[in-house]
Design a protein around this ligand. Structure first.
Ligand code: CP3
Length: 355
């Protein structure tokens, strides 16, 4: 395999010395970029984009061609896994993802099974294609949804503001939700391991909705299943550690628990103070985050001072990967992202004393 020209991101995840704080942005390839909208129009629809290695590779590289980001992320979606389970993913125009056959009764839940990974071969083909195109420029991140976050969409049938159906299921019939989560955990473990074998150099588990759970329920219904995944992942490939990042949006209260799963890094949303988070997790894990994506709408000077505040808060030394606290908004002006990336690279050098 081609040697990596820039491994700053992988080093920071392992808390090894770096010259500056690396950064990437959750959902960095997407609708805020006019070049993404043009490729998506050519693809016809979102899944057309995800299933075409050539077009998925093209959109993965678009943000890297504009900004000196320190990592690429596979272009795909977390909902490819339930789609492969036969739930029928579709994107209604302007409405976000939906399932034709959500899990609405016990029979549907009992019939759920780990999908044949051949159905997801298109994702692994995209991973190899991106690795070839990157040619060692920066590392490639693979990803999946957490078992609980996937179950939210599988049970609700779409996005939700209160997660009423899945939480009712959890309180009424906990054993049925545990059944879904066990299958999801097994599917995600195999799915991520196949991404790693195809060339993903780090993986992130997106637990976007774990933060909607009550104390105790988070540990039982989300964290325990991410733990199962982490226990089953390939941790070294091609002679290099493959770091695992766990991102629970709204998980700030449970940082110690998350850090204890054996992951290499914990993703933080903007509600968390980086200095406090660093004290709490100690030397156990690296931290990733946590710029408020809405702050990217503000003027470039405001963006720069917010970057300076976050860098100062984390403080001196390695172990911080700069990122947003959640995905970038489609309304973000692309030149504001330039201001963010430049500010991180410029101001972070003074916090690193790498020899
Ligand atoms: O980060 C990247 O650049 C890689 C691509 C990526 C996408 N989705 C592409 C996408 C990643 C990592 C995801 C993860 C994802 N998908 C999550 C977890 C992260 C998070 O934001 O919490 C979730 C919850 C989903 C489910 C999903 N897919 C939603 C809610 C939506 C609609 C929201 C939206 O922004 O429109 C999608 C569609 C989707 N996934 C788009 C993209 C670029 C927009 C589709 C389009 O082009 O119309």
């Amino acid at each position: 395999m081609t040697p990596l020209h820039n491994d700053t991101f992988l080093r920071a995840l392992l808390r090894q010395p770096t010259d500056y704080t690396p950064l990437w942005l959750m959902r960095q390839a997407g609708r805020y970029l006019p070049e993404y909208r043009a490729t998506r129009a050519r693809a016809g629809n979102f899944m057309g984009l995800c299933t075409s290695p050539a077009m998925a590779t093209e959109v993965t590289l678009q943000p890297l061609d504009r900004y000196p980001l320190d990592a690429a992320i596979l272009f795909s979606d977390i909902l490819t896994v339930p789609d492969a389970m036969g739930l029928g993913l579709y994107f209604a125009e302007g409405e976000g993802p939906k399932f034709e056959r959500p899990l609405r009764d016990e029979a549907a839940i009992k019939a759920l099974a780990v999908p044949d990974m051949h159905k997801l071969q298109y994702v692994f083909d995209v991973v190899s294609s991106i690795r070839t195109a990157l040619n060692g420029r920066v590392p490639l991140i693979g990803f999946s949804g957490s078992p609980f976050t996937l179950a939210c969409y599988m049970v609700e049938g779409a996005g939700s503001s209160d997660f009423a159906r899945i939480k009712t299921l959890m309180y009424d019939r906990p054993e049925l939700l545990h059944h879904i989560l066990a299958i999801n955990a097994e599917a995600v473990t195999t799915y991520l391991n196949e991404q790693i074998k195809a060339g993903a150099q780090a993986v992130q588990i997106f637990d976007s909705w774990g933060g909607a759970l009550a104390y105790g329920k988070y540990q039982e219904f989300s964290l325990a299943y991410m733990q199962r995944i982490i226990d089953g992942l390939i941790r070294e490939h091609d002679g290099r550690r493959v770091p695992v990042i766990v991102f629970t949006k709204g998980g700030g209260l449970w940082l110690e628990d998350i850090a204890n799963t054996g992951c290499d890094a914990v993703g933080l949303d903007w509600t968390v103070d980086l200095a406090d988070a660093r004290r709490r997790v100690g030397a156990k894990v690296a931290l990733q985050g946590n710029f408020d994506p809405v702050a990217l709408m503000a003027n470039p000077q405001a963006i720069e001072s917010e970057v300076e505040r976050l860098l100062a808060s984390y403080g001196v030394g390695s172990g911080h990967v700069f990122n947003l606290g959640h995905g970038i908004s489609q309304h973000t002006p692309p030149d504001h992202v330039t201001a963010l990336v430049n500010a991180v690279h410029k101001h972070s050098r003074s916090y690193h004393t790498a020899v």
